[in-house]
Write a protein that binds this ligand. Structure first.
Ligand code: MN
Length: 726
């Protein structure tokens, strides 16, 4: 039997290692308080109850959470199972701890048991929405992890129902919060109760092949490590066998036996920078044979839980496939501990530094001004602050935008329900149309065949776009004449406001041109659209404003000319070692313009800036063409290259390509083959399934750059490769 002392000691160890700033006095008081409250209770294995909260607090500490969360974990079952109250806990341990315990208690009381598949997602969201404070979710997940670890003492029926809940709600939530380590353990543990036979078969197989597997992994690890250190990339490499449930799921999904199963092994390469991630990818691809279709770029497209990495699967000399995940250290920390990682990051994080990820920033947004100590206390789960989850009378969970009303609910069920609505009940009581719904409300809509249809006021009451567009649709169909009159009034009023006479619309030469721009067949069609709210009068006028103004005036305004000075210093040097000499000027600051990033061999000109020396542009740079402007002619000077050919110059290329799987992989491989190491790569999606990359790297001169450009142009799907011109 496990003892209080054992658990108390390991919890303190976890606190010292992972949460060293914890207030140990508060922890000790909480342990004593919880022990006293639970003193008459025993766990299923006969040990004192306090062991459970101690173990949960240990897991919470391992995540590196704060004092309140650890104290909250120690007290998490007090309100539910003992005589302790919210007020008493607030008095002894503070309001914030009391609210954490209250939050965990609320979740404990709801059965998040499995219903239909499509409902599970909404149950997870309801779980999050009810939690309010993200630490409540984290404590509850740690609570479930310990319950799962000690599940052997429960009845068979309970083992199965709890393990199902773990698979359906807790593991996906841990995943959503990016907590990979806990997610894996929850899944592996639940699996042994849901399919004991399958689980043990798999474990036996892995045990039997352990020595083989370890030799293989060490060999691959060394090969990658040797190669990367030879090319001067600093990294950390580890290999592992994938976790049991992920192997199990793949066997089921692909209907394969273990021997046929594809990749059991995963290697992880952790490097310093994003560009090195792609550089490593290029080398891995050169060393091993690529398995097509398995490359995933979660760096340029992070997973919804903000997981970032490059994944590729390759085959080693032994013919054994394995996966390689490449990421930076920060990505790694986020991948392991997810949202909890931010507690660790905040310490090294200055306000506004921009290091933290967007989703964390979103969570922290409202806390930006308060200091670090304070914002932890008020950290809220606002992921679902913009949603509210309610039940239909039959128990279906409906998700609506926050602030939604019975009108939104009715249209979410069906437009027919909305259009015939005559009243609503919330939790079995008649409610107004404009009452705001809350999480967990049961909503019922009363309808009648003789209903007159929606009222225009509803457009102002409803919150969801769905309801709004369905209501507009109804007016569009049912009320054309009325819409035309309303639209005409509103459109002409707007014209007059801009001092344009509505009479201009009668101009027979102008009208067809206007209708074409507006994409309407007739003015009545447009008025009707404005009347039912399909387009606003302001927006419609915006499209034809220029034409109307042009028609009412005869001459256009004279054009202004402006010269841009974009040059930014990326290298500042005295001439001589800058690689460039300036005609007629002995000694001056030289900088290479960032807009066109010239390299030796390019035809270049210099521009004397105000106070920053001479900036060097390519002669074909759009900014250099401003030399034609006579006002500036005197500031352009002739310059020429003087380099030994060894000095690297940073330059930028813009690549336009059809977006496809493994595009960046081919890209990285191409650069590696030209001995080019990327310094920066930025990608964005373009229209028509295309994407554009701006990639920065160093070359010795134009001939090397030309070779790189030709190599990139040869990649399948690449449409255009050109020198950067910002
Ligand atoms: Mn518990």
């Amino acid at each position: 039997m496990e003892t209080f002392e054992q658990h108390y000691t390991t919890m303190l160890q976890a606190i010292r290692t992972y949460a060293p700033n914890t207030d140990l006095d508060a922890v000790e008081r909480a342990v004593r308080y919880a022990d006293e409250k639970h003193k008459d209770q025993k766990r299923k294995d006969g040990s004192p109850y306090i062991i459970h909260p101690l173990a949960v607090a240990e897991i919470v500490a391992e995540l590196g959470l704060d004092t309140d969360a650890i104290v909250g974990a120690l007290l998490h079952d007090c309100i539910e199972d003992t005589t302790a109250s919210h007020d008493e806990i607030a008095k002894l341990f503070g309001q914030s701890v009391a609210e954490l315990v209250e939050g965990v208690t609320k979740l404990t009381r709801v059965e998040f048991s499995t219903r239909e598949e499509q409902q599970v997602e909404n149950l997870r969201k309801m779980f999050m929405a009810m939690s309010k404070d993200i630490r409540v979710v984290l404590i509850k997940i740690c609570d479930r992890l310990h319950n799962q670890r000690t599940m052997e003492y429960q009845s068979k029926a309970k083992q199965i129902s709890k393990s199902e809940e773990t698979m359906d709600v807790y593991a996906p939530l841990a995943h959503r919060l990016g907590m990979q380590k806990i997610k894996w353990e929850l899944e592996d543990n639940a699996l042994q109760y849901l399919d004991p036979e399958g689980y043990h078969e798999l474990m036996d197989y892995l045990d039997a092949h352990k020595a083989e597997a370890e030799a293989f992994m060490e060999n691959v690890r060394k090969k990658i490590s040797d190669k990367l250190s030879a090319v001067g990339i600093e990294c950390e490499i580890s290999g592992r066998i994938k976790h049991v449930y992920s192997i199990y799921r793949k066997m089921k999904e692909q209907n394969k036996t273990l021997d046929e199963l594809y990749d059991l092994y995963a290697f992880r390469v952790i490097v310093e920078s994003i560009s090195d991630c792609y550089n490593v990818l290029g080398h891995i691809h050169e060393m091993f044979k690529l398995v097509p279709g398995r490359f995933k770029d979660y760096i340029s497209t992070p997973k919804p839980n903000n997981y970032q990495s490059l994944h590729t699967t390759v085959i080693g000399e032994e013919g054994i496939p394995f996966e390689v995940q490449i990421r930076t250290r920060e990505m790694h920390e986020i991948a392991e501990n997810g949202i909890a990682a931010h507690w660790k990051y905040k310490e090294g994080m200055e306000a506004g530094e921009g290091k933290e990820f967007d989703w964390i920033r979103r969570l922290l947004d409202s806390q930006q001004e308060t200091d670090a100590e304070d914002y932890l206390h008020s950290l809220k789960v606002d992921m679902f602050d913009d949603e509210v989850f309610v039940f239909s009378p039959k128990g279906k969970v409906i998700s609506l935008p926050a602030g939604s009303t019975p009108i939104d609910f009715a249209y979410a069920i069906h437009s027919g329900v909305g259009n015939t609505m005559i009243g609503a009940k919330i939790n079995n009581r008649i409610a107004g149309y404009d009452v705001q719904l809350h999480n967990g409300d049961v909503v019922e809509i009363l309808t009648s065949k003789s209903a007159k249809g929606p009222s225009r006021d509803w457009l102002n009451i409803c919150k969801s776009n769905q309801a709004r567009s369905k209501i507009k649709q109804w007016f569009k169909k049912e009320k054309r004449e009325e819409n035309i009159a309303r639209g005409k009034t509103s459109f002409e009023g707007e014209l007059r406001r801009m001092n344009i006479s509505p009479a201009m619309l009668q101009n027979e030469e102008l009208l067809p041109q206007l209708l074409k721009k507006l994409s309407f067949e007739s003015l009545d069609d447009m008025y009707a659209a404005i009347g039912y709210g399909g387009i606003t009068a302001v927006k419609a006028i915006g499209k034809i404003r220029e034409d109307l103004l042009k028609a009412s005036r005869s001459e256009a305004a004279p054009k202004e000319t402006k010269v841009l000075e974009i040059a930014q210093p990326i290298q500042q040097n005295r001439h001589g070692d800058s690689g460039v000499i300036v005609e007629d000027i002995d000694s001056c600051m030289i900088k290479f313009s960032r807009c066109c990033t010239p390299v030796p061999g390019d035809d270049i000109v210099g521009f004397i800036t105000k106070g920053y020396g001479v900036s060097i542009h390519r002669r074909d740079c759009p900014n250099a063409r401003a030399a034609n402007n006579p006002d500036l002619a005197a500031r352009w000077v002739n310059v020429s290259w003087v380099t030994s050919g060894d000095k690297p110059f940073a330059t930028t290329l813009e690549v336009l390509a059809e977006d496809r799987d493994a595009l960046l992989l081919d890209f990285a491989t191409a650069l590696t083959s030209q001995q080019i190491r990327m310094k920066e790569i930025v990608g964005k999606d373009m229209a028509g399934g295309r994407c554009q990359f701006t990639v920065t790297f160093e070359v010795k001169g134009l001939s090397q750059l030309t070779a790189v450009m030709n190599r990139l142009r040869a990649i399948e799907g690449v449409v255009e490769v050109k020198r950067g011109q910002n």
